[in-house]
Design a protein around this ligand. Sequence first.
Ligand SMILES: [Zn+2]
Length: 479
Amino acid sequence: MVGNTTVDPLAWASAVTKPEIDAVRNPRTGHVLNVRRLIRAFRYERAILLRQRLKALVKRDDARLVCATCGVPVYLACSTTKRFFFRHRHEDGSCPAVTRTELSEADIRAMKYRGAQESGAHKRVKALLLRSLSADPRFKDVASERTWRASEGLCGLRRPDVSARTDTHRLAFEVQLSTTFMDVVLSRKEFYRAEGAALVWVLPYFHPSYRRMTVDDILFGNNSNIFVVDETTAAASEAAGTFIMTCWYRKPFIQGDDIVDEWVERMVRWDEVMVDVNSQTIVVFDYAQEAARLGEELRAARLESSAAAEAAARQALEDQENELREQVLRFILDASRDDDDLPRYQAWALLNERLRSMGYGLDGEYPDLLTVTRIVHLIESARAGRPVGFGYKSFAELGHHLIHQHPELLLAFGHMLRRFGTKEALYRDDRTGKLKAKLDALRGHILHDPKYRMPEDQERLCAFLSQGASLKARLRIPR
Ligand SMILES: [Zn+2]
């Protein structure tokens, strides 16, 4: 065997260039899925797990995907270059898509296994494993190739390469060879799970950049941890009097905005190994949990930074608005009589452009300077509780003026008096009570008669300049 394509676990899976089965169907929903797109939606490590899951389901006659052409259950297979495709569970020639060679997987396995099973490497690792376990007094009944019969009610038997038990676990060790097919891996997993025992796969050698498909099946099925027993670890076990293996595992970390992996290789004592019989995972490092935790951390950091950016943008806008408001108010209130009319109008036109860019300017090609002047004076009068800039002595006079000359400003004026707490001042010098009478008389019409309605652009500008005081209480400045 030459050449080996090794795929980064986090890389996106890819399909073979021309899959025989190019569409599969979910028999429950009836949805037809494009095979190439479906495969590309998975990370490589996930595709390996999906492959195992589909295989297990097909064996249980619980097909989740069928060939879209003929309806036969399919499972996911992988080419020697680690590209994925779908295969019929059985083929009788009725489907134009031909996905199986003449030899069945069982045939190939039997053929290869016979030769490989007792290969030199296999024997050697088994012997090293026996040495290592025997060095540790916590392992009892250490035996080679002892028949393991299924407990009552279950059927079958297995002959693990090495078996042993500790105070807490019954253990089966299998040396993983290049020809151990996925369904062997899966069926043994099931067997030992049912037995309440843990199956530990042991490799003679591992390197992350040279992984066979069969190794990937075990690696990703075991939460990205894999164990190696060799001469060095056996010697270490004997020297320490405790079972030691080399563990390779993936360790995720955050790089910029992504989670990436690094591979860690270290010698581990059995005490560090976490055994979960139910999930049949034997790990030193919980990759899945750590990856999930980092994913959560990334999400939180993204959320936080976008919230911070939003707050900063909001603050910047607010600062900009405050500055502009102040500028407009000063422009009107600080005007002296000597101001030359033309440049003053030009300056106002520029200010109105800025107001308009923020959504508050007066409409029209020639925004009226008198209009904005009146609005600013209205606001400042309401705020001060006396006429500002209208040329009247008493607040009541200003009231009469508004009623007769600018009824459209009355509502805004009323809201501002309430907001600024200056309403009493309006009636203070209404000695005749005329103003009050007039206001009482128009109260019934003010909400309906259009003459009391301010043009929209003026209303917006007034609300902006008064910071919402001109609007009915509790309304925000319309934007
Ligand atoms: Zn088919």
